[in-house]
Design a protein around this ligand. Structure first.
Ligand SMILES: Cc1cc2nc3c(=O)[nH]c(=O)nc-3n(C[C@H](O)[C@H](O)[C@H](O)COP(=O)(O)O)c2cc1C
Ligand code: SF4
Length: 429
């Protein structure tokens, strides 16, 4: 398969400007400066590109939400918080080809009329921050950033802002609060950031992978992009593959690839010759699939939704038949308990109770009524009861574990211990 994002990853020193230029970096700028911003937006809309940060919303359509009569500055934010457990693909983009990402940011900024853009980068990604700082300095030196880029009359400055280790700051409104210097608290939507974002000005927040697709779309056209993937999920997707597989890593696949093909042909199958038990295709915030469900699902937005989960950010983790699902859920719940920002009672209390009860069951002290209590708590966390969807992002997976692997929870309560003790490799997922 021809690749869009990872084609350049095998080139030695591709992060270096001179090498990147030899392989076509920044070529798309010659094209966009001959187009109007509206034409660039139309091309991206026509390509069908959908956001790769989790929600899968049409990128070009989102850009059109900037008010036409706007007099305030417009900002672009590249969301590089990447803290969803199981997701590590944006890191690969920054490490392998940061110039393609910067080029994408220039295209998006030009289209939406932003003269200032930010990269909100996960605090722990210090090495990646250094790589990007160097790439930005090279881009300024070559005249791809700063004043009057390539004689076009368009100005753009890009700044990096390091997060301080909170998962919630990946949520776009929490990100804005943090960028402005406040606590990383999500805000009620509407207003959406495109209307009222950073410093109350119109702001587009896009994921690293979303933006990195743009040079290909501009250079090759919307139709070339649509040749990859499915009708409603065009293009490719970077998948962060981990867990009980022979070959973990970051893979670029065409949307629509069946999960069973991906597992067997690219990931080398389930490790140690074991069997698939369960799989999460989109990251820890989404429902788990049983082996049967997973093997009928394809890697695209529609197929994942039809199977009751989401392609999310492509955090694909695999569990073999020795995995204790109670233990897996315990690790997941602990993370969400720790990361809740605490503003909303159903989330602050709910994540804490879920985490405590699942831990109690895992440790062999569970009670029969605990399963129903867990479902009740989760039902009170979901569907618009909180400021942001973080609470849903724990409640949905919990309900899926409890309903699809109910017998494992019941066995823990009945036996007063884990039936898998000694055989379970959950910690490796
Ligand atoms: C709890 C939570 C965490 C999120 N973390 C990220 C993240 O790390 N990176 C990201 O791009 N989007 C993340 N998102 C989604 C963003 O809010 C936003 O939808 C996305 O950055 C938009 O970019 P896109 O349209 O290119 O997908 C998160 C959402 C939630 C609710
Ligand atoms: S749902 Fe949770 S993370 Fe989101 S604002 Fe409310 S308390 Fe904070």
């Amino acid at each position: 398969m021809e690749q869009i994002l990872s084609k350049s990853w095998r080139i030695v020193n591709q992060r270096n400007m001179d090498v990147a230029l030899m392989h076509g970096a920044y070529d798309s700028l010659k094209k966009i400066f001959k187009m109007t911003p509206a034409e660039v937006t139309e091309t991206v809309k026509a390509s069908g590109l959908r956001g790769r940060g989790g929600a899968g919303f049409s990128t070009g359509t989102k850009w059109t939400f900037i008010p036409k009569d706007n007099k305030k500055p417009v900002y672009l934010i590249n969301n590089f918080d990447e803290s969803e457990p199981g997701t590590f693909k944006d890191r690969a983009i920054a490490e392998k080809d940061p110039h393609m990402m910067i080029e994408g940011m220039i295209i998006a900024s030009y289209a939406i009329g932003a003269n200032t853009a930010y990269i909100y980068i996960r605090g722990e990604y210090y090495r990646q921050w250094e790589i990007i700082e160097k790439a930005l300095a090279e881009a300024y030196a070559k005249g791809f950033l700063g004043k009057n880029i390539q004689g076009s009359g368009f100005h753009l400055d890009i700044f990096q802002h390091r997060g301080a280790g909170a998962y919630i700051c990946g949520e776009e409104t929490a990100l804005l609060s943090s960028l402005e210097g406040g606590r990383g608290y999500p805000r009620i939507k509407p207003p959406f950031p495109a209307i009222e974002g950073a410093w109350r000005s119109p702001t587009i927040v896009n994921n690293v992978e979303t933006l990195t697709n743009l040079p290909y779309i501009i250079n090759n056209g919307a139709d070339a992009f649509k040749k990859f993937g499915t009708e409603k999920s065009p293009g490719t997707k970077l998948i962060s593959a981990s867990g009980h597989i022979e070959k973990p890593g970051v893979y670029e696949v065409a949307m629509g690839l069946p999960i069973h093909t991906f597992l067997n042909e690219q990931l080398g199958g389930i490790w140690k010759g074991r069997k698939l038990k369960a799989l999460v295709p989109g990251g820890s915030s989404f429902p788990v699939l049983t082996a049967d469900e997973a093997l009928k699902t394809n890697i695209d937005f529609e197929s994942c939704a039809a199977s009751g989960t989401s392609l999310g950010s492509g955090g694909f983790y695999v569990m073999d038949d020795t995995t204790c699902m109670v233990r897996m859920l315990m690790f997941t719940a602990k993370f969400y308990e720790h990361e809740s920002c605490g503003q909303c009672t159903p989330c602050r209390e709910g994540t804490g109770w879920v985490s405590q009860i699942v831990r109690r069951i895992e440790e062999g002290h569970g009670r029969e009524r605990d399963l129903q209590v867990l479902l009740d708590v989760c039902n009170n966390m979901m569907n618009g009861r909180t400021i942001c969807v973080f609470a849903d992002a724990l409640a949905m997976p919990v309900i899926s574990y409890l309903t699809k692997f109910k017998h494992e929870f019941e066995d823990h309560v009945r036996l007063g211990r884990c039936p898998m003790s000694g055989k379970c490799d959950s910690a490796m997922v």
